[in-house]
Design a protein around this ligand. Structure first.
Ligand code: GDP
Ligand code: MN
Length: 378
C-alpha cells in the first residue's frame, strides 16, 4: 500500500521528523480556508499516487487567495474526484537533499541511500553521477548504527553543518521503515532552510500489503481509503504514464509493459491477481484499472492471453466491469486464446462481444500496442 504524501508526513510527525505545516483539502473552498489558516504564500500539492508531480504541474505556489483558487481548481480538474489537495506553508529552501531507505531486490536487504543533490532531478543525478548517491546496506539483525549514518551522509556530500540534524532524521526514517514494515521510505526533497533547520518537503512511503493488518495506524489508513486501488483484492500498481493496462499474469504483463515502453508509450498502471482467476476476480481487476484510469489514462489496453483459464469466464468479468464503470476513454483489446481456454467461447465470439461493448479489437498485439501509443499521444 502506497501512502499519500500527507499520510506519510503524518507518520513523519509522530516520529519527530520535521515537516512544513499543512492541511488537507477536498475542495477549492476547503483549500482557501486551509491557506487562510496557514498564511500565504502556500504550496498546493495534488495528493495522487504518482511521482514527478512537480514536473507534471501538480505542485504549485500561490501568493494570494485569487491565485490559490485558480490553481487549486486547475489541479482539481486534473485529478480524480476523490483525490485531495495538500495545502502547505511555502518555505524558502537554500538547497534540496535526498534520503531514502528501500529494499534492494537483488541482495534482499534494506539499503540506505543519501544524496546532497536531491529534488526533482534526483534520477538524473543517480544516472549521471552515481558517486553523488551514497549507499549503505543495512544488516537488519544489527540495525543501523549512528556511525554508519554519518559515514553515508559524508559520502553523500554533506558538510558538517546539517549533519547532526540529518543523522537524527535518518535514524527516525529507519525506525519508521521497521515499525510500519515499509518497502520504501523516502524524503525527496529534504528542504534545507536559511536558519539551518531542515524539513521533509515530500514523503514517499510504501508499506508491505501483507503487513498492514499487523499495525493499527496502517489498518486505520486503509479503512479510510475510498479510492478503488485500496478497496481491491487485486494487487494494484500505479505508474506514471497515461495508458491503463488490463492484463493477466505477472510475466505476461511485465513483457507487455516493457513492449509498450520500448515503442515509446507510458503505462499508467496495471494489476495482478493474488490467486487464480474467476469471474469476480477478473471483474475486480478490470474495475480497479478502469476506475483508476479515470483522469489519468487517455486509453486502456485490454490484453487477454489465455491457454488454460476459460476465455468465457475472463471475458464476462471484463465485460461486466466495462458495463459497471462505463469508462469515457477509448478501450483497445487484443485477445488470444489457445487450447482449453476456448472450450466455452471462441476467440471470434470474444471479439464480437468486446466490439458490442464499444471496444476496438486488434488481431495482433503489435497493432494494439501501436494504437494505444498513438491515442496516448493525441
Ligand atoms: P514530486 O515531484 O511528486 O516528487 O513532488 P514534490 O513534493 O517533491 O515537489 C516537487 C518540488 O516542489 C520539490 O522538489 C521542491 O523543489 C518543490 N517544493 C515543494 N514544496 C516546497 C516548499 O514548501 N518550498 C519550496 N521552496 N519548494 C517546494
Ligand atoms: Mn518528491
Amino acid at each position: 500500500m502506497r501512502l499519500y504524501e500527507y499520510e506519510g508526513k503524518e507518520l513523519f510527525r509522530t516520529l519527530g521528523i520535521p515537516t512544513p505545516r499543512g492541511l488537507v483539502a477536498g475542495t477549492v473552498e476547503e483549500a482557501a480556508a486551509a491557506a487562510e489558516t496557514i498564511g500565504y504564500p502556500v504550496i498546493i500539492k495534488a495528493q495522487v499516487q504518482m511521482g514527478g508531480r512537480g514536473k507534471a504541474g501538480l505542485v504549485k505556489k500561490a501568493e494570494n487567495e485569487a491565485a490559490l483558487r485558480n490553481l487549486a481548481a486547475e489541479i482539481k480538474d486534473r485529478i480524480r474526484a476523490d483525490e485531495k489537495l495538500l495545502i502547505e506553508e511555502a518555505v524558502t529552501a537554500v538547497s534540496e537533499g535526498y534520503l531514502g531507505i528501500t529494499i534492494d531486490d537483488v541482495k534482499g536487504v534494506p539499503v540506505l541511500v543519501a544524496s546532497a543533490q536531491g529534488g526533482m532531478d534526483v534520477e538524473k543525478v543517480a544516472a549521471g553521477n552515481p558517486n553523488a548517491m551514497a549507499k549503505t546496506y543495512i544488516d537488519v539483525t544489527r540495525g543501523l548504527r549512528k556511525y554508519e549514518i554519518l559515514d553515508t551522509l559524508k559520502r553523500a556530500g554533506y558538510s558538517d553543518g546539517p549533519l547532526k540534524n540529518l543523522a537524527d532524521v535518518t535514524m527516525e526514517l529507519y525506525r519508521l521503515f521497521k515499525t510500519y514494515e515499509a518497502d520504501t521510505a523516502e524524503i525527496n526533497p529534504i528542504l534545507f532552510l536559511e536558519d539551518g533547520r531542515l524539513v521533509a518537503g515530500d514523503s514517499k512511503v510504501i508499506v508491505d500489503d501483507y503487513a498492514v493488518f499487523r499495525n493499527e495506524i496502517l489498518r486505520k489508513i486503509k479503512d479510510q481509503r475510498k479510492d478503488p486501488e485500496s478497496n481491491t483484492k487485486a494487487i494494484y500498481v500505479p505508474l506514471n504514464g497515461n495508458i491503463g493496462i488490463v492484463s493477466l499474469g505477472a510475466s505476461n504483463t511485465m513483457m507487455l509493459i516493457d513492449s509498450i515502453k520500448c515503442f515509446g508509450g507510458e503505462p499508467a498502471n496495471f494489476a495482478d491477481l493474488a490467486s487464480g482467476v474467476d469471474h469476480d476476480s477478473m471483474e475486480e481487476l478490470a474495475t480497479v484499472i478502469l476506475k483508476a484510469s479515470e483522469n489519468k489514462a487517455k486509453v486502456v489496453l485490454i490484453n487477454i492471453t489465455l491457454a488454460g483459464a476459460s476465455l468465457k469466464v475472463v471475458m464476462e468479468g471484463v465485460l461486466d466491469a466495462i458495463k459497471k464503470v462505463q469508462p469515457k476513454m477509448p478501450l483497445v483489446a487484443n485477445v488470444r486464446a489457445t487450447g482449453a481456454a476456448r472450450l466455452q467461447m471462441s476467440t471470434e465470439e470474444a471479439v464480437a462481444a468486446l466490439e458490442q461493448a464499444g471496444v476496438i479489437c486488434c488481431s495482433r498485439l503489435e497493432d494494439a500496442i501501436s494504437m494505444v501509443i498513438r491515442i496516448s499521444k493525441e
